[in-house]
Write a protein that binds this ligand. Structure first.
Ligand code: HEC
Length: 125
């Protein structure tokens, strides 16, 4: 009985502490961002989704060396992120943008939400 009385405040606290679960979701999203059952987003979009990562080197039609770099993905909405991962992303004119490089991912809504929360936390940092 005494043990239950001691544990009760902890149980109550852990239930109401939303800050905590928010932080957990950021951690979960960070883990998925780096290991999303496929190629890590970070390989192309940089360590924290802010882009700049070199994806490949190529030569333009004048034989000048060029670098293809990943874009910043920290400002996309959950819906945009979901469409993007399914290769159904639409631009601001509602035109479908087919991926040339980015693979399709098979992630659940919960997983995409966690990645979204993580990317938002990085953006707002
Ligand atoms: C192999 C490199 C690569 C990987 C890995 C990758 N991306 Fe991308 N991503 C791109 C490129 C390149 C684009 C631009 C579209 C294109 O040409 O494929 C892009 C575009 C995007 C966009 C902009 C919307 C769109 O679809 O055009 C979002 C959002 C995005 N990526 C999120 C992610 C997330 C989240 C992951 C991990 C689950 C990821 N990407 C993994 C290369 C990559």
């Amino acid at each position: 009985m005494r043990l239950i009385l001691l544990l009760l405040p902890i149980l109550l606290l852990s239930d109401t502490n939303t800050d905590d679960s928010f932080l957990l979701e950021i951690e979960y999203g960070k883990m998925l961002y780096n290991n999303p059952r496929g190629i890590a987003c970070s390989k192309c979009h940089g360590k924290e989704g802010k882009g700049g990562q070199v994806i490949s080197k190529y030569y333009d039609k004048n034989s000048n060396p060029k670098l293809l770099k990943g874009i910043d993905i920290t400002h996309y909405s959950f819906e945009q992120l979901k469409l993007s991962l399914e290769n159904k992303f639409r631009d601001e004119k509602n035109h479908r943008v087919r991926h040339k490089i980015m693979p399709i991912y098979y992630l659940t809504d919960q997983e995409i939400k966690a990645i979204h929360t993580y990317l938002k936390s990085v953006r707002d940092k």
